[in-house]
Design a protein around this ligand. Structure first.
Ligand code: ADP
Ligand code: TRP
Length: 320
């Protein structure tokens, strides 16, 4: 079974990204042959600055390796290192009705927000379908927001196969409904676009500052507090054992325990949790050649699979 997922390089990862996606990608390595790529072609639809894009891709590679992507288990590569995907996109564009793309929520949402779309953004789901179909992926773990893109992928593949015989592997989406939405410092969903994140990597002072900015009610130090709806407790649960959580909840109820104390405990737990990853990240940053070698080796393996699929596809449509 082949598992495949892609991620857009989009800046410093936060604990929402880590628990919502990165940790899952690391765990999936145990389940089958995993392909994971950094979707830099997709980023061109919204990140036009070349140096910014290069830096984002490099940092994303380092972050994922630091968090536990094992290049022995995962074929880890840059999307644009396999340019065959753009050829497949062209071919699949010719099997995709414009109506299907006009119905895409992510496209409609961006347009509704006043974004003036280019054709790349319109055809984003076709590039994504090509990512998946090029590598004969069976299972594609994605967040709920990507569900429709997977349906579009299946539609395109089915219409191709209907016309030209079984050529493309029809993938299944693996939508994780159990992944909780991690709250940000203001209690809304943690997201870069809401400016409410706690980064997983960065300086101690800066991260402590983010933790200290978590919004709570304004009960005084002495007053007993209710842990059930507190953002600090919700985040603490991600890092602590059941006993540690129970102990913190007891302190809340007992009074004479302020939110500042709770935040300090959260900060320490979190800092320790990411310690090994931080160390790995530092080592990787000082060995960028090694990171590049991993991406190159991943690209080589991805190219082998891609070339086989493209042979079938070109033959099926009459290009060879
Ligand atoms: P952001 O909202 O910060 O821009 P992205 O949209 O780039 O984050 O999300 C990247 C991945 O991280 C997606 O798989 C998404 O489902 C996951 N993710 C982002 N924020 C959260 C969150 N608060 N809780 C759980 N998962 C999240
Ligand atoms: N569109 C996905 C996202 O924004 C990223 C992506 C690109 C992807 N190609 C993919 C995910 C292929 C899974 C499979 O999260």
């Amino acid at each position: 079974m082949r598992i495949l997922s892609g991620i857009q390089p989009s800046g410093i990862p936060h604990i929402g990204n880590y628990f919502g996606m990165m940790k899952n990608a690391v765990e999936l390595q145990q389940k089958g042959e995993a392909f994971l790529f950094i979707a830099d072609y997709h980023s061109l639809t919204t990140t036009p600055d070349p140096q910014a894009l290069r830096d984002l891709v490099k940092n994303m590679a380092i972050d994922f390796l630091a968090c536990g992507i094992d290049p022995e288990k995962t074929v880890f590569f840059r999307q644009s290192d396999v340019p065959q995907v753009t050829e497949l996109t062209w071919i699949l564009n010719c099997f995709t009705s414009t109506g299907l793309l006009e119905r895409a929520h992510s496209f409609k949402d961006k347009v509704a927000k006043g974004f003036v779309p280019n054709n790349g953004l319109f055809s984003y789901p076709v590039l994504m379908a090509s990512d998946i179909l090029l590598y004969d992926a069976n299972l594609v773990p994605v967040g709920k927001d990507q569900k429709q893109h997977l349906e579009i992928t299946r539609d395109i593949a089915q219409s191709f196969n209907h016309k030209h015989g079984e050529t493309l592997t029809i993938p299944e989406a693996d939508i994780r409904n159990d992944v909780a939405v991690i709250p940000g410092v203001d209690g809304q969903k943690m997201s870069k676009s809401y400016n409410n994140t706690i980064a997983i990597f960065g300086g101690k002072k800066a991260i402590r500052k983010q933790v200290m900015s978590i919004v709570t009610d304004s009960l005084s130090l002495e007053e007993p507090k209710d842990p059930t709806d507190c953002n600090v407790v919700k985040l603490y649960k991600l890092f602590a054992t059941a006993e540690e959580v129970a102990a913190l909840e007891d302190k809340y109820r007992g009074g004479n325990f302020g939110y500042g104390h709770a935040k300090q405990e959260l900060f320490e737990k979190m800092w320790d949790y990411f310690e090994p990853m931080r160390e790995r990240r530092e080592a990787l940053e000082n060995d960028l050649d090694y990171v590049e070698d991993i991406l190159k080796a991943g690209a080589q393996r991805a190219n082998e699979v891609a070339n086989q699929t493209m042979d079938r596809v070109r033959h099926a449509v009459g290009l060879r």
